[in-house]
Design a protein around this ligand. Structure first.
Ligand SMILES: C[S@@+](CC[C@H](N)C(=O)[O-])C[C@H]1O[C@@H](n2cnc3c(N)ncnc32)[C@H](O)[C@@H]1O
Length: 270
């Protein structure tokens, strides 16, 4: 297996180096509501508590945490994602879930929104999150469920970008075929949390209403994701606008409200 270098991530490459703008302005249409839902799943009020936002990205869960009066600390292996709107963000630490650069029990609670699906060993990552969270604190995680029924619609968008010359990066194939499926169902997520020494309070799968009903919003979400963002960055504004318009045209005939199935883990540190 590749080495983890702590900041750049596995093999030292920042997959999200060019993704911050797309994430914050596009993918956030879906991940923003999902981050708020994860924070709302906390088993106790988070107001006044120091909460680690693990895999914080551009800070969607941090914002949701602040909205309920918590004091987030952001952790991400991508300095570029942490750099988005940094002046308005909470304190941040560049580092990996595989070896969180924080002391034992130094945060009250931890949230991990859509990041455990990016690691090779999610049980080890959960153990790290449990280690840095003080006893009695909550560990909350969200994950994409394997049961997604939206592939056909998303594939239309992907077909447009493939036609325009996009080649899926190898890391994304590893993410979708190896990493994400490890925790793609309720049983697997619960087992990983228990193996990490956590007391599982609830693991659920539900279809989330994120309010994305227009083809334009679905396309902006999809084109804002990291696996296409770096490629889009290399385009002119006019080329990007033409691609977006083609993707919207491809999706509109089959567009239905986007309701991704999500696994939510609610656990406590013993
Ligand atoms: C899908 S994004 C989710 C971002 C944010 N939590 C949200 O919900 O909008 C995944 C984030 O996790 C980060 N990440 C991926 N693997 C990581 C790891 N092993 N350690 C720390 N961060 C990681 C990426 O850099 C990226 O910012």
């Amino acid at each position: 297996m590749d080495e983890v270098d702590g900041v750049g991530g596995v093999d030292g490459v920042d997959r999200y180096a060019a993704a911050a703008t797309g994430w914050a302005t596009g993918a956030s249409r879906v991940y923003g509501p999902l981050a708020a839902a994860l924070v709302a799943a906390a088993p106790h009020p988070l107001e006044g508590r120091r909460v680690l936002d693990a895999g914080a990205g551009t800070g969607l869960a941090s914002a949701a945490l602040r909205a309920v009066g918590a004091h987030p600390v952001a952790l991400d292996r991508s300095p570029a994602m942490l750099g988005w709107d940094a002046a308005a963000r909470p304190p941040a630490v560049a580092g990996a879930l595989e070896a969180v650069p924080l002391r034992d029990g130094c945060v009250d609670d931890t949230v991990a929104a859509f990041v455990l699906n990016h690691v090779d060993d999610p049980t080890a990552a959960l153990r790290e999150l449990a280690r840095v969270t003080r006893p009695g604190g909550a560990v909350l995680a969200s994950l994409p469920a394997a049961t997604s029924s939206h592939r056909a619609v998303r594939n239309r968008i992907d077909a447009v970008v493939v036609d325009a010359g996009w080649v899926p990066p190898d890391w994304h194939a590893h993410l979708t075929t190896v990493q994400a499926p490890q925790l793609g169902d309720v049983a697997a997520a619960g087992r990983a949390a228990r193996d990490a020494g956590l007391h599982v309070l609830a693991v659920t799968e539900h279809v989330a209403d994120v309010g994305v009903e227009r083809a334009e919003d679905l396309v902006d979400y999809r084109l804002g994701q990291a696996h296409v963002a770096a490629w889009l960055e290399g385009m002119s504004d006019a080329e990007r606008a033409a691609l977006r318009a083609a993707a919207v045209d491809a999706v509109r005939p089959v567009m239905a409200p986007y309701r991704p199935p999500v696994i939510t883990l609610v656990a406590r540190v013993p």
